[in-house]
Design a protein around this ligand. Structure first.
Ligand code: PRP
Ligand code: ZN
Length: 283
């Protein structure tokens, strides 16, 4: 039995999706334009599909799991389970208008908005009691205002360069999105076990990404103060240096706290601080 995973064929999520699988130790020999590929060392089959179609394939069970943007998952309203946020493919679904326009929610009343996200846009309009007309178009939404098809658009913004090159400005974010792992509802036990195995690896990779391994030297009399600053996975490792009266301290710190901890460590007397990426982290 093989776990069938759907990933984006090309585009914003492709590289990071493939990198995640690779970091999970799953080797996929994909020949570029191929629709299907097999993993060498994990019972997995990879389907390369259009990102917008992935929730549908997963709902139908054609694929057991998939990597898709939250934006398409929620827009398509398919019966799938969101299993894990993946931390990449971050973007937002935003309203955008001509850069010379003064935008307000009230301004939207009676306006025409072009989008490929009619469901999410309608929810936003209802929430805000705005009466605007939705023009659903499937691609190149950003050119709609320029050709007089709409007064505003609602589209994905990542770097913002698409808006910029089309003379538009982001007016309001209606949804923040990132890539998620989704699964079919009601997978059999064998497949669910494989999903658990994959999730275990994904979490180890993500944890590692959010943490750094730190090594430093400390004079023994400062050791207690320094150890207090370093939580570590259990507690820091302390090893004596060849030079008497000095120790080497090893620990793990979170990326977010990293800079403030480094400053405090230096103040407390730490020297020769090394910070090293962690490849996998299992707690
Ligand atoms: C989105 C959106 C814009 C672009 C914005 O498309 O429709 O075209 O990305 O990115 P930027 O702010 O970095 O310029 P998506 O990635 O969903 O591709 P698709 O339309 O081919 O599915
Ligand atoms: Zn898309």
């Amino acid at each position: 039995m093989k776990l069938k995973i759907a990933v984006q064929k090309s585009g914003r999520l492709y590289d990071d999706s493939m990198r995640l699988l690779k970091e999970c130790g799953i080797a996929i020999a994909n020949g570029g334009n191929k629709l299907k590929a097999e993993a060498a060392n994990f019972p997995m089959e990879v389907y390369f599909l259009r990102d917008d179609d992935i929730p549908q394939y997963v709902e139908d069970g054609v694929a057991d799991i998939g990597i898709a943007g939250e934006n398409v998952v929620y827009e398509k309203k398919k019966q799938v389970e969101v299993r894990e946020k993946l931390g990449f493919g971050k973007c937002r679904l935003s309203l955008a208008v001509d850069k010379k326009e003064t935008f307000s929610k009230e301004w939207l009343n009676g306006k025409r908005v072009a989008t490929s996200y009619p469901v999410l846009l309608q929810q936003y309009l209802d929430r805000n009691k705005i009466n605007a007309e939705i023009h659903e178009i499937s691609g190149s939404v950003e050119i709609a205002p320029g050709i007089g098809l709409a007064d505003a658009i609602c589209d994905l913004v990542s770097s913002g360069s698409t808006l910029l090159t089309n003379g538009l400005k982001e007016a309001e974010t209606i949804l923040s999105s990132q890539a998620v792992l989704i699964s079919s509802t009601g997978l059999n036990t064998e497949k669910e076990n494989l999903v658990q195995k994959l999730l275990f690896r994904i979490r180890a990779v993500q944890k590692a990404r959010n943490n750094k391994y730190i090594l430093l030297n400390a004079p023994d009399e400062k050791l207690q103060d320094i150890i207090k600053l370093l939580p570590g996975m259990k507690s820091p490792t302390v090893l004596p240096l060849a030079t008497k009266g000095w120790s080497s301290v090893h620990s793990v710190v979170q990326e977010d706290d990293f800079w403030s901890i480094i400053e405090q460590l230096k103040e407390a007397g730490a020297q020769g601080i090394l910070v090293v990426p962690i490849e996998k982290m299992i707690v």
